[in-house]
Design a protein around this ligand. Structure first.
Ligand code: ZN
Length: 136
């Protein structure tokens, strides 16, 4: 099924296509300092597809920190954090559940995930395995 969503003002919009039923997807509660400040629950499907549309790159912040192996898309206009993208190709994405219009269907208990002991290579490999490919 398709899940539509994006930031608040419409600058960043997305369609997440997945065969998984939202009630059966396990949201990830990443325990890194950035995700905890945003209280983020996120989902991904390596067999799914993300169509990401950015109306204005100038109004989109691609925040990086730590190992800089991902960029965090934050709308400069409305301040919403929408998704994380790998900085190495092929680009894959992790999607913030609360940015999806049908966020209330993602009712499965989240898992707390602490990736702080990963090396950069382990982190890149995990994201390539688990995150969602982008529609090119
Ligand atoms: Zn916005």
């Amino acid at each position: 099924m398709e899940h539509r969503g994006g930031c608040h003002c419409g600058n960043i919009s997305l369609t997440f296509s997945t065969a998984a039923v939202p009630e059966h997807m396990t949201p990830i509660a990443c325990q890194c300092s950035f995700c905890r400040k945003h209280n983020v629950l996120a989902v991904a499907d390596a067999a799914g597809l993300l169509d990401l549309r950015i109306a204005s790159d100038a109004d989109t912040n691609r925040y990086r920190f730590g190992l800089a192996t991902a960029e965090y898309l934050i709308c400069r206009t409305c301040g919403v954090y929408v998704a994380a993208l790998t900085t190495d190709p092929p680009v894959r994405a992790l999607i913030v559940v609360n940015c999806l219009d049908d966020r209330d269907r993602f009712t499965a208990a989240p898992i707390r995930a602490d990736y702080s002991n990963e090396t950069a290579e382990q982190r890149k490999a995990r994201r390539q395995r688990n995150w969602t490919p982008l529609l090119s």
